[in-house]
Design a protein around this ligand. Structure first.
Ligand code: UD1
Length: 423
């Protein structure tokens, strides 16, 4: 296994390019299943474990893929299997994204039930509800979701989500674009990743009104075309790098971003005392002498994202006072806290709230990654901790951060990757 070895105390400085977004790559790769002809060229796809897993899933279904230099070429002309097996789904819950497109194009799909998750229950009831509204019959047996359509084609319908869900909105969209007639989606997720999916489907020939809002209207089409597409930047990677600069008292510029998509996060950095300047495609963050305590409540977009909550807690360990962090998307997403406390942080969990008492002097030790963003928070803590921090089980981090240690190193961090045996 790999670990990251970090010697803390270096201020980060310099500039860096943002990578392509993982969370928008996954649904657009799934959406290639909708086209029965041609081949897609997808640019700015990050080289990550989750992308490898997802292309393996498409290959299993019969799609042909080639990936090099962040460009993925996909042809889903010859899909032969309509079954997503447990071995691949268990590696990544986002595999559920194949349900909508397979069902819409072929009238049938079997997807293994995703298992639990490190930060609490993550149900898929809303994905299934959306498919049923569109006319699918769903049965669950022997660990598989079996979805089929009696009349051969999905039928447009009104889908009203009781909870805002990125994944369920994506699946509903990918099914509705090939359904007969009009579909309306209320309380749709408005995350930039869904906006990107809407733009992608529209470029394929779909008609979608309300892109970027929580009310979407889709006119179903007979067929859709393969296209060339430029993926957007990863707003969570960008936020994590800004937090790395802020926690080390540094100053960095990230290029290739759309600051508009990061308003809620940038506002919190400013509240914490950082100086943030933006251009149309870059963000520069300069740290203050002293970070100010800053409360955060993670909620669906355009609020502060749950995927930045763990990193914010790490940052607030260095603020001059107490901060309160609440996660309204995943109430139990606090696995990083015991590990941050092992580094010397003083963070309490009361009900669904993390109370971070700063500033605390952190000192390096071995810590264990438990999930993707929890791992990022441990790396941030390691950058400021005295001595050496070893972040074990880096494979979690590799799911979502492209060449993270190389990026941090180029900004001045003392960080390296090493192999180790866990037992
Ligand atoms: C996506 C992101 C993940 C991010 C999350 C919230 C991807 C691949 N992953 O995950 O990084 O943390 O959005 O921004 O894009 N829910 C239900 N029933 C469902 C589906 C969801 O109750 O069928 C609930 C969840 O438990 C959660 C909330 O809805 O409380 C939001 O989850 P959702 O937006 O669906 O997350 P994902 O799409 O899985």
């Amino acid at each position: 296994m790999d670990k990251l070895v970090i010697r803390g105390g270096r201020q980060l400085s310099g500039s860096i390019n943002a990578s392509g977004s993982k969370n928008s790559s996954l649904p657009i790769i799934a959406a290639t299943l909708l086209a029965g002809k041609g081949s897609f060229t997808l640019h700015n796809i990050p080289d990550l474990r989750d992308i490898t897993t997802f292309t393996q899933l498409l290959n299993h279904l019969g799609s042909e893929t080639t990936f090099s230099d962040n460009t993925l070429i996909v042809s889903s002309r010859n899909v032969q299997s309509l079954q997503a097996p447990y071995e691949l789904v268990k590696k990544m819950r986002a595999s559920i994204y194949v349900l909508g497109p397979l069902l819409a194009r072929f009238g049938h799909a079997r997807v293994s039930l995703p298992g639990g998750c490190a930060f609490g229950p993550r149900p898929i009831d809303l994905h299934l509800m959306a498919m049923e509204k569109l006319g699918a019959t769903i049965t669950i047996e022997t660990g598989f979701i079996d979805a089929s359509i009696k009349g051969g084609k999905l039928q447009g319908a009104h889908i009203d989500f009781p909870v805002s869900s990125v994944g369920a909105t994506g699946n509903a969209l990918m099914a509705a674009v090939l359904a007969e007639g009009k579909t309306t989606i209320s309380n749709a997720a408005a995350e930039p990743e869904i906006e990107t999916l809407c733009r992608f489907l529209t470029a394929m020939g779909a008609t979608i009104r309300g892109t970027g809002t929580t009310e979407l209207e889709i006119d179903g089409k007979e067929s859709l075309n393969a296209i060339e597409f430029q993926n957007v930047f990863d707003r969570i990677e960008a936020g994590t790098l800004l937090a790395a600069a802020a926690i080390t008292g540094g100053e960095i510029t990230i290029n290739g971003v759309e600051p508009e998509q990061m308003k809620a996060v940038l506002k919190k950095f400013i509240h914490a005392g950082c100086t943030v300047t933006t251009t149309s495609n870059s963000i520069t963050l300069k740290s203050p002498d002293k970070l100010l305590p800053t409360d955060v409540t993670a909620k669906p977009y355009p609020s502060f994202p749950t995927d930045m909550q763990a990193q914010w807690i790490a940052l607030m360990t260095q603020a001059e006072g107490t901060s309160h962090i609440i996660d309204k998307v995943y109430h139990e997403r606090f696995n990083h806290i015991p590990e941050l406390n092992r580094l010397g942080a003083h963070i309490e969990i009361r009900k669904n709230q993390a109370i971070v008492h700063g500033p605390q002097h952190l000192s390096g030790t071995k810590v264990m990654s438990t999930d993707l963003r929890a791992s990022a928070s441990l790396v941030l803590a390691g950058l400021v901790a005295q001595g050496t921090t070893e972040v074990l089980r880096v494979y979690h981090l590799d799911r979502g951060y492209e060449k993270i240690e190389m990026k941090l190193k180029s900004l001045g961090a003392d960080i390296r990757r090493e192999k180790y045996n866990e037992f």
